[in-house]
Design a protein. Structure first.
Length: 293
C-alpha cells in the first residue's frame, strides 16, 4: 500500500460515486473498480457497500478513512514544513466562509498591501465537514459559539436594507415588525445569515415567506436595489441601498474565525491570523467611536 492508494481511497470516499471519483482521478471506472477490489483484498475485509449508482463506506471503511486522513495529513504537513524551511512553500491562503459580509474583501485588500506575495482561495464553508485544504474559516452566529477552536472577532449590528429609491428612504429607523406584510429576501441556506434573519423576524413577531431565498449574493443585492423586497444585513457600502437601524428589537451577529488545526500553519498563515484579530479590533473601535458621536 502506498500514498497513491490512500489518496484513491480517500477520493472515492468523498465522491461516493465511482464515476465522479474516476473523473477526478483521471482513470477509467473499470480501472478504479479493480483498485477497490485490490485494496479490500490487501486490507482483508470489505470497506465499501455498493448501492444503486453510488458507493459508500461501511463500518470498516469509516475506520480506515480516519486512518487514511491522518496519514495523508501528516504527509502533507511534512512536505509543507520542508518546503517552508527551504522557502519554496506555497503562498496561498485557503479560506472557507459561510457569511463574512463586506469586511472580508477589505481585510484581504489590506493584507495584500502588506504581503503582496499572498494568494487567496475562497470557498464555501461546510459546518459538518471542513475541507482538508482550508486553513481558516469565517462564520457568524447569533449566540456565542461552543467551538473551542473558534475566535470571536467582532459583534456587528444588522440593519434593515432596502432600495434607496423605495418608501423606506429618508427614515431614520424602522421597526422590524412593521415589515411583516412586505417581501423579505433571504440569503441561501448555505449562508449563516439565513438562520439569523429568520431568528430576528420571528423575534419581531412574524414568520416571513421562505419562497424569497436568493442563492447568489450579487442577485440579492440587485433585487434589493430594484425595490423587490427588504433584507436584514450587516453594514455594506452601496449608494443604491439604504440601511436603517432596527428600533423595536436589537439585531446583531457574532463573526468568528477558526483555524484548521489539522493543517500545517505556515508563517504567512500566522501573520494572517494576527492581522485578522487586529483588523476587526480596529473596526470595532471605529463603530464604538461613531456610536458615541
Amino acid at each position: 500500500m502506498n500514498f497513491q492508494t490512500l489518496h484513491t481511497f480517500y477520493t472515492i470516499a468523498r465522491c461516493e460515486k465511482l464515476t465522479a471519483a474516476a473523473k477526478q482521478l483521471n482513470v477509467t471506472q473499470p480501472a478504479l473498480s479493480r483498485m477497490v477490489r485490490q485494496l479490500e483484498e490487501e486490507v482483508g475485509v470489505p470497506l465499501f457497500y455498493h448501492g444503486r449508482n453510488r458507493i459508500g463506506l461501511n463500518a470498516n471503511g469509516e475506520k480506515f478513512l480516519q486512518m487514511a486522513e491522518r496519514v495523508l495529513r501528516l504527509y502533507d504537513n511534512c512536505v509543507k514544513e520542508i518546503r517552508e524551511d527551504n522557502e519554496e512553500f506555497s503562498r496561498t491562503l485557503t479560506i472557507a466562509l459561510s457569511a463574512a459580509g463586506s469586511s472580508l474583501p477589505y481585510l484581504i485588500h489590506r493584507f495584500k498591501e502588506r504581503h503582496p506575495e499572498a494568494w487567496f482561495v475562497l470557498k464555501g464553508y461546510n459546518h459538518a465537514r471542513m475541507d482538508p485544504e482550508v486553513q481558516f474559516c469565517f462564520f457568524c452566529t447569533i449566540f456565542p459559539s461552543k467551538d473551542e477552536e473558534a475566535v470571536c472577532l467582532a459583534k456587528e449590528p444588522l440593519y434593515v436594507t432596502a432600495s434607496a429609491a423605495g418608501p423606506l428612504a429618508g427614515q431614520e429607523s424602522v421597526a422590524l415588525s412593521e415589515l411583516s406584510s412586505g417581501s423579505f429576501l433571504f440569503a441561501d441556506a448555505d449562508n449563516d445569515m439565513q438562520e439569523i434573519q429568520m431568528y430576528y423576524c420571528r423575534k419581531a413577531g412574524f414568520t416571513p415567506d421562505m419562497d424569497n431565498v436568493i442563492e447568489r449574493q450579487n442577485i440579492l443585492m440587485m433585487l434589493l436595489e430594484l425595490g423587490e423586497g427588504v433584507s436584514l444585513l450587516p453594514k455594506i457600502n452601496n449608494p443604491n441601498l439604504v440601511q436603517l437601524p432596527v428600533r423595536d428589537i436589537s439585531c446583531s451577529r457574532l463573526i468568528y474565525m477558526k483555524r484548521n488545526p489539522q493543517v500545517y500553519e505556515t508563517q504567512l498563515a500566522r501573520q494572517f491570523e494576527a492581522f485578522c484579530r487586529q483588523f476587526f479590533a480596529e473596526e470595532e473601535e471605529i463603530r464604538r467611536l461613531n456610536y458615541y458621536k
